[in-house]
Design a protein around this ligand. Structure first.
Ligand SMILES: [Zn+2]
Length: 333
């Protein structure tokens, strides 16, 4: 019931917004007399994952298009790492965001953000706040197609270390890899603000190579697993395969297509008075259990695992944002 009320309130305030925008256009002078629009409570995920589980979580998350184009790193400044109380802190932050006042592009005042940052990373794990599949709020005027990662703590005087740093490296690594984003282009909040966020002690020259190293190791591990998969499949049908001349046109084409191996020797054939060579090859198809519409050839599966996303150029072809979705004017930095 509470949820329905909140939804109705949000819906009604949306209607009100529409109406007010019309009024404003007709009678621009009346705007100041309008009431504050109360936003519905922020929906949060509210779960804490280990770095390893977070990798799995992001690997399996299906991001709707258009995909995010950048990731911002922040620090909370407050709460500090010592003050952090897990879920209690997460709810305190949520309550804080829900009290913030902000002005939309038509000059209307709103109370409460519609979303917040996506992750709060502490020593106890990676806390999921706003849903990673959608835009959140983190940098004034730069929230469209962005994701926001908060390191819990104040890093103006000293760099993060220990589990909070390790968890941050993993989170940034898997997000960039999964979304096909270049870690060299990691964004800091302070790139667009006078704040120190993610803390003066945190420099791109320091953190980017650490994440890069993680990404390289992640790719190596993945390729190892893939070649192990192919080897074990070939081993299963070893008795059926025949040796081929690797320079033959069909054998080369089979390899390029990622087929498992030849099942016959080359067979000369005549079709409509023309000579052909035919050869049968083994192909493996693979599908995740209970996702029966996601059938791929082994080759397609391998390609997908190596680069999970489309090329950057394809990404750029999407229209740029008309304007940012939400404002950010809070105190947390
Ligand atoms: Zn920030």
């Amino acid at each position: 019931m509470e949820l329905f009320k909140a939804f109705w309130k949000g819906f009604a305030s949306g209607m009100k917004k529409e109406g007010q925008m019309k009024t404003q256009r007709e009678e621009p002078g009346k705007q100041s007399a309008l009431a504050i629009i109360k936003e519905p409570p922020i929906q949060i995920v509210g779960e804490c994952l280990s770095a390893q589980d977070f990798v799995r979580y992001v690997e399996e998350l299906s991001f709707p298009h258009p995909l995010p184009t950048r990731i911002f790193l922040h620090h909370t400044w407050k709460p500090t790492l010592e003050e952090w109380r897990g879920l209690d802190s997460l709810y305190a932050i949520k309550a804080y965001y829900e009290k913030q006042l902000w002005e939309d592009e038509s000059g209307h005042l709103h109370e409460g953000w519609t979303a917040g940052p996506h992750l709060f990373i502490a020593d106890d794990g990676i806390w999921l706040f706003s849903d990673l599949r959608y835009d959140g709020v983190g940098v004034y005027g730069h929230n469209y197609r962005s994701r926001h990662v908060e390191m819990v703590g104040n890093y103006d005087a000293q760099r993060p270390s220990g589990p909070v740093l390790e968890n941050t490296i993993v989170a940034l690594g898997i997000l960039h890899e999964r979304l096909g984003l270049d870690i060299e282009k990691l964004n800091f909040h302070r790139d667009f603000s006078t704040k120190s966020c993610p803390g003066w002690a945190v420099e791109k020259e320091w953190i980017i190579p650490l994440v890069k190293e993680w990404i390289e190791e992640y790719r190596r591990e993945k390729e190892k697993k893939l070649s192990a998969l192919r080897r074990s499949l070939v081993r299963m049908i070893e008795d059926l395969l025949v040796p081929v001349n690797p320079q033959a046109a069909l054998a080369k084409a089979a390899q390029a297509r990622g087929l498992l191996g030849a099942l016959t020797h080359e067979i000369p054939m005549e079709i409509d008075d023309r000579g052909y060579v035919v050869q049968l090859f083994a192909e493996a198809l693979i599908v995740p259990v209970n996702e029966w519409d996601k059938v791929e050839s082994l080759h397609e599966y391998e390609e997908d695992q190596v680069s999970t996303t489309r090329s950057k150029e394809d990404e750029e072809r999407h229209a740029p944002p008309p304007r940012d979705s939400f404002d950010f004017q809070g105190e947390i930095r």
